[in-house]
Ligand binder design. Sequence first.
Ligand code: ATP
Ligand code: MG
Length: 1024
Amino acid sequence: MTGLIKMIFGSRNDREVKRLKPFVSQINETETGLQKLSDDELRAKTAAWKEELAKIEDKDELAQKLLEILPEAFAVVKNACRRLLGQEITVRGQPVKWEMIPFDVQLIGGIAQHQGKITEMATGEGKTLVATMPVYLNALTGRGVHVVTVNDYLAARDAEWMGAIYKFLGLTVGVILHDQPPRVRREQYACDITYGTNAEFGFDYLRDNGMATRKEDQVQRGHYFAIVDEVDSILIDEARTPLIISGPSVHTHDEQFAQWKPLVESLVRAQQQLCNRFLADAEALMKKLRPTDGSNVQDADALEREIGMLLFRVKTGQPKSEALMKILENPENAGLMNRAELELHKDQKKVDLYREKEELLFAMDEKSQEADLTEKGRNFVSPKDPDAFVLPDLTTQLHDVDAGPETDARKRLEAKTKLQADFEAKAQKIHAITTLLKAYSLYQIDVEYVIQENKVIIVDQHTGRLMPGRRWSDGLHQAVEAKEGVAIERETQTLATITIQNYFRLYQKLAGMTGTAETEATEFLDIYKLGVVTIPTNKPNIRKDSHDSIYKTRREKFNAVVQEIKTLHALGRPILVGTVSVETSEMLSRMLKREGLIHSVLNAKYHQQEAEIVARAGQRGAVTIATNMAGRGTDIKLGPGVADVGGLHVLGTERHEARRIDRQLRGRCSRQGDPGSSHFFISLEDDLMRLFGSDRIVKMMEKIGFEEGDELKHPWLNRSIQSAQKKVEQHNFQQRKRTLEYDDVMNKHRGVVYDFRNEIINGEDVRDRLMDIMEEVVVEKVLEFTNTDTEHGEWKMRQLADWVNLNFPLGMPEAEILKAAESGKETPVAGSLFDGLSPAQFAVVNFISEKVRNAYDIKISFENPDALKEVERFTILSAIDRLWQEHLYEMDSLRYSIGLRGYGQRDPLVEYKAEAFKMFDELMVNVKTQICNNIFRSASSMLAFENFLRNVPQQTLHQTASAFGGGTATASTGGAQPKASDVVSEAAAAQEAKGKPVRTGPKVGRNDPCPCGSGKKYKQCCGR
Ligand SMILES: Nc1ncnc2c1ncn2[C@@H]1O[C@H](COP(=O)(O)OP(=O)(O)OP(=O)(O)O)[C@@H](O)[C@H]1O
Ligand SMILES: [Mg+2]
């Protein structure tokens, strides 16, 4: 930050802090008055306020009232602290004596938090206590306040430690811990104040809204106010990866990859031989084209063309061929190949292009990452039946069945189901083979991925870093696993997900605190609308920060580190050594052992144990090695006599990517005005220096003749390193922003779906909603099969009747629908659901809906009313959940494929938004259709179901057969109140969905919904 900006920033900040000062005197005066009260009188204030605030519903009125009582409420907390002085509290099994009464700066921090800001208060300034004041004040509303910490240990510690105040004043405190069952969580959320980690809060939200099927299973009770401790760590570092609940994927067929591997290997070998031949031919022609004896060349043009074609063929067949790469190093050859490619693509019909491809066994397209078997290839893999690898034209086949002579709707359904199954089996086979081809032809070991500990690990193509845990989608990762012969891992699929950013945006009010927020102030404001206020320290900070020491190599650096540890240790000073990774910690530990230095090592895995070790790091002579992240938020108190020898020394062994992480490390010492010092060691081999360090540093070092073993220290260098860090921070911010822009699209979808779900979960009676949905779908279907401007005779009556009869037990003959259409006279009311229907269509809709309602009334009469309610709820929820999870899967694939499409002229985000919008529209239609399909396929018991079937209108049993005739539905025969999940007939639903009549165009477009009724795009489903 430049001096000028700092001056402006500083003064604005000062003004802001100054504005809060009058509050402070008011609080302190009030607190003096409170000292006269008895404990009970003080406590009585809580109850009185709670009662008063509970009556206020209006948001603004509530905020106004809170502001009014703020000084007194803060004074009450301060006074409670005074009354607790000297008391012993058990915190995480250890006795802790209470000795805190909030300082004035702490009061200021608390006010800023109530105003929804982030308070930057240096490490060790007592932020844990600061939060209690705004927490108390806001908890008085009874709406629940959440305090968010970075790990379970801190959540439990703070709930117990600060719980002393809340309990004294008559509020309840809860804590959410990882292994609690839902019942316990509910109780914790019901408390006035709840501590927990961001992950627990976020996952509970996802489970409540995306998975719970009953009100009783939901644990949270809203998002009123949250204070986030270590806010930079949570809202910035953690925010890089979204929260995801996943389960086994229904989309992969793991066995297929292993099964087809040998065949694909021989295919790849055969192609290689083929390509070698083409290359040999090309080289022979090159000799002719460029004779060494200087003789005349005939037909140079034709030769050039032929060479170009041969090279292009190899590129299509074996894109990563080394021999080809070598030939292409000669720009002339590359030119010939590109010219050939251009020529082939010029022709609109691409006849020549296809002919060229047919010379190969399979063709690869590097840009679109697609692989295709050619005729030759199909003959190679399946000489007896080359058609085994051709996808049939399903739409036409299905259409043929519909238009065919078969009059029995059920038999037509069976025929279509079989066609569907054959199609899918083929599609899977083809998908497995082409994916394997991609794995063999486009993905190279040690370039795109490496193998470590029997796992395929992706290499980031921009940074060269490994990305463990990340997997390629759509079976590609598994194909590469099959290729390398390592264990093929089961694909998982996202069941529910939200980014940290979007979770925290749910809160009506948000605030935060940390020792290090200032460097990220822009991001906090941009993404979370959180301002940052820097609060001065209570006592001046007297830490001595040395300039960074720079070395040429890591080895020299670590030798110097060990030297400094030895020197300071001899003086009796405790030393905390920070590292960037567990490996470094361990290496350093080995070096210290060799020197005979006793020390402790900790990494970020065991929070409680770690906190205890870090807490002891201030004792005389202690040497503690910790990763930079370890021990955040734990307090280090100096042991006896340590202040006299200079306090705790913090030694950094590398600069972190982000400046604030370094500041956190430094902040472990010189807390509450203690003495202390810090010193960072750097080498030119460190990641930060290698990847982002400016060349200027290196050049300057060369200029001054920097030698092995030399140490360099200069304020100018500190600045260069900081600017390297700033660059990385910027880059990371952009990336997080990008991720968020993508998630915002999904966030809208999630909002709609979760609202829909909650409406169903909370609704007393969902039957009306169910019937509404049915009616909406009937309108859609009538519109699909009928037409306003043709004669009724030309309507697709049979398809409409089929659809009706396959979904509802009505046995409705085509003729009756026609009759209804002909009787239609009424025009629907403008603006209603039926607006736009012709009188004939309107009459048909009414006729069908009416019949469905009647049938449903019959069904109700055989049901246990309470159980039916549950069944209805479940019918709707299960349709939403299944298709929503599908949608998440597709959005994942969409995101991935947009990434591959390359940028071209268009912004991928815009394309993503456009496609996502369409997909969401389809999703909502599909959900409703699916719900409709299930209305009659669920019952609360087998008996109810059978009784109902026996009593549906007579014609069902013989007239046009319905899908219900065969009694495909299953129902539970269990106890009196069966669980809803037992009674819905999934089998029937699934079968029906597949057999659903499809539209009758001759061909399905790649972006059209798949005719199988899965609700996915054709290309992402059967068409891939
Ligand atoms: N008003 C006070 N009076 C006396 N001691 C206090 C007061 N406030 C805080 N402390 C002490 O200061 C130490 C640090 O407190 P705490 O851990 O809350 O700091 P922090 O700001 O959260 O630090 P970090 O950034 O490391 O998380 C604790 O030992 C605490 O007891
Ligand atoms: Mg803290």
